[in-house]
Design a protein around this ligand. Structure first.
Ligand code: IVH
Length: 698
């Protein structure tokens, strides 16, 4: 039935009122009505739309969550590429002066010329997103991807309450808003606690949690994640009399009802930038979200156009980061953890200390060699460093504060050469850095980790099989190896009978996810076995080379070494693994349970700039995650390998790069930073905007 005019008018009025309340609540953080009143209006609109379905429109407040889970995220080509910004290497105040000097030089300004006006903002530590509004309605949201092509996450982004489905005021035909999706720290803590209680994946930091939440196939999952958004620029724009400055654009975006961070200002000249850098550093710990620095942008769009771009980075903007944060605390003890491959790792137990926005209680000590080299002893005051999103680490002891002569720590001695998990013997090879438990899958720690690894996203991917559930399944003796997961009698009954703290719905979902994982690929399967030294790339190579599982299982050392990039160490690991009768049994059982295409589709890489080249990634890159960098390299025909040798073509090094960088220097292998990698991949020397008013902000 078509809605009568009065119902149409009522729906429009309700929407308008709901939008106003949502804006006040989510963007201004200043609620205008009690929740109950909001709910009442919402239900009234819902009732009207139920009665007259022709009233439903995509931008209605009732339509935030809806639609079916997608099979995969579609690609979106960015009309205006999503570029990155250069990082100023000098993290002191001087960095601001260097940037200003560079800008002035590029503009040919001498000392007498007036100071440049900049827009200063925070550098939010989330992930970039592009929101396309057409005539004020949100029509598409896309991730950055490689900058040219991203993923369509529209359905997911629609669930983010801070993002308006409709802009306020007179919106132009096309307005692409660029900004950052992030998770607030308090929301992150709460979310992680809930995940842990439900036996679901725990995230290491708010950024990963935000990224994982946004890339869900099922928007109803994203809807339950507490995501936030800040706008910071523009992409494609059509039919808009645009302001002539970046700060003017930001003000306009704010007027359109988009959330903008209040910590931004116009700054005259370099000293004002430096002041902003210092002030925000002082504020950083108290901000409710993570930042990793500040961003400076030349305010005038005319000057931006004049400055242009160098290799996909604007000359008019820079990210000025903060140095890694270090604090002192007490080393209370050293615990040991047993990993998937049986590696027995020392973990520092610390007196809780607040660093880089989180409370740190543990930090890795890597291995015995590191403990010896750093000479850290229990009871010492130690320096703990947390750089960006990396796991905190113990830098070293503060020797002046050492009391007496505490004993040196010996990992093997501390556990009596026995695995704390299963009691098996722990050994450390002559020239091995790492001590290992010999218990194999008999060791519950290794067994749990092996199952988690097998179920992980890059292996056969069993959604929802988290640590807690695996703990319960293994400790309860239901599952002893990955193959047991597919034993319906065993698992389904236990799951559906209800594990502790597991709802009926999630149990059914998990059973379904296990079933779904039966369809996989040989490469994922091989990777999922968790053979030492066989990472994702090697697993892909093996699958491609052998095509079928029996061929792989029958391979001897020579056959394995015929696979590109498989050397004696990898071959030895594979043969050792396959020599274990127990592993063979698990493989045979999995072969029954899983399906993959008869032969692995041979990859026919398009020749790219990196075809045939081997690259090693080390350290934390300023903007790219490991996965992103790997994807970019592979897309260009290159290959990411784990260790540096003379055959390595490039080492891409980021912050805190360690021994791999040293080795590259010794061997004379070419070293690149992220900028260098990008330049290599995109030999576009300059992307100069055409001045037609479509390439600003980003
Ligand atoms: S502007 C051409 N502004 O940093 C300029 N980016 O490399 C494009 N980011 O992942 C970006 N806060 O998502 C800009 N205030 C800010 C930002 C910001 C965080 C992120 C961005 C991208 C990276 C840029």
């Amino acid at each position: 039935m078509t809605a009568p005019a009065d119902a149409r008018a009522r729906a429009a009025a309700l929407r308008e009122e709901l939008e106003r309340h949502e804006y006040a609540y989510y963007v201004l953080d200043a609620p205008t009505v009690p929740d109950a009143e909001y709910d009442r209006l919402f239900q009234a609109l819902q009732a009207l739309e139920d009665e007259f379905p022709d009233l439903i429109s995509a931008d209605s407040p009732t339509r935030r969550v809806g639609g079916q889970p997608a099979a995969e995220l579609a690609s979106v080509a960015h009309v205006v590429p999503m570029l990155s910004i250069r990082t100023e290497t000098d993290t002191t105040e001087q960095g601001a002066l260097t940037f200003d000097a560079r800008v002035r030089r590029a503009l040919g300004l001498d000392e007498a010329a007036a100071p440049i006006t900049y827009a200063a903002e925070l550098k939010f530590d989330g992930l970039a997103i592009s929101l396309r509004y057409e005539y004020g309605t949100l029509v598409q949201a896309a991730t950055r991807g490689d900058g040219s092509t991203g993923e369509d996450v529209t359905a997911n982004v629609r669930t983010v309450r801070q993002i308006p489905l409709r802009l306020k005021g007179e919106a132009p035909p096309v307005l692409e808003v660029r900004g950052e999706i992030y998770m607030r720290r308090d929301e992150f803590e709460r979310f992680n606690a809930a995940q842990e209680a439900a036996g679901q994946k725990i995230f290491v930091n708010p950024r990963n949690a935000a990224a994982g939440s946004l890339r869900q196939l099922d928007p109803s999952v994203t809807a339950r994640r507490p995501l936030s958004f800040f706008a910071y620029g523009l992409g494609d724009v059509q039919g808009w009399a645009m302001p002539d400055s970046h700060s003017g654009i930001l003000d306009a975006l704010e007027a359109f009802g988009l959330p903008l961070c209040a910590h931004r200002c116009r700054a005259e000249g370099p000293l004002a930038l430096a002041r902003f850098h210092t002030e925000m550093a002082a504020l950083r710990a108290t901000l409710p979200f993570d930042i990793d620095g500040v961003v400076y942008k030349v305010d005038s769009l005319e000057l931006q156009r004049e400055l242009g771009f160098v290799s996909r980075e604007p000359r008019w903007a820079v990210a000025h980061k903060y140095p890694a944060q270090e604090v002192a605390t007490r080393l209370l003890g050293i615990d040991v953890q047993v990993g998937r491959t049986g590696a027995v790792t020392p973990v520092a137990r610390l007196e809780p200390v607040f660093v880089g926005g989180v409370t740190v209680t543990n930090a890795t000590l890597h291995n015995q060699g590191e403990i010896d080299r750093k000479d850290v002893r229990i009871g010492d005051w130690v320096v703990v460093r947390r750089a960006g999103d990396v796991i905190p680490e113990v830098v070293g002891p503060i020797l002046e504060r050492r009391e007496g002569e505490p004993a040196r720590f010996d990992l093997l001695e501390s556990i009596g050469h026995q695995c704390p998990e299963c009691g098996s013997h722990v050994t450390r090879g002559e020239d091995e850095a790492v001590a290992r438990c010999t218990g194999g899958l008999f060791c519950p720690a290794q067994c749990k980790q092996a199952i988690l690894h097998f179920a992980s996203r890059r292996a056969v991917e069993i959604d929802g099989l988290g640590e807690q559930i695996v703990n319960q399944l293994v400790s309860g003796g239901v599952v002893r190896n990955p193959a047991d997961l597919y034993d319906r009698e065993r698992v389904n009954e236990t799951l559906l009978a209800g594990l502790e703290r597991m709802g009926e719905k999630s149990a059914t979902n998990l059973v379904e996810a296990i079933d779904k994982s039966r369809d996989t690929s040989l490469a994922r399967f091989i990777f999922g076995l968790g053979i030492r030294n066989v990472g994702e790339t090697t697993a892909k190579d093996l699958a491609r080379h052998f095509g079928r599982l029996p061929n792989f299982l029958a391979a001897d050392e020579a056959a394995l070494m015929a696979v590109p990039d498989v050397g004696p160490v990898v071959a030895r690991s594979i043969l050792d693994f396959l020599a274990e009768a127990h592993n063979r049994e698990v493989i045979a059982a999995l072969e029954q349970a899983l399906r993959w295409p008869e032969t692995e589709p041979a990859a026919t890489p398009e020749p790219g700039v990196l075809t045939g080249k081997k690259l090693v990634l080390t350290g934390t890159l300023p903007t790219l995650s490991r996965d992103e960098a790997t994807a970019m390299i592979e897309a260009a025909g290159g290959k990411v390998v784990g260790s540096v040798s003379k055959k390595t073509d490039y080492v891409v090094a980021g912050e805190d790069a360690g021994s791999k960088l040293e080795k590259a220097q010794q061997l004379g292998v070419s070293i690149l930073d992220e900028d260098g990698l990008r330049r290599l991949l995109l030999p576009v020397t300059a992307v100069v905007p055409d001045g037609q008013g479509t390439l600003f902000g980003e």
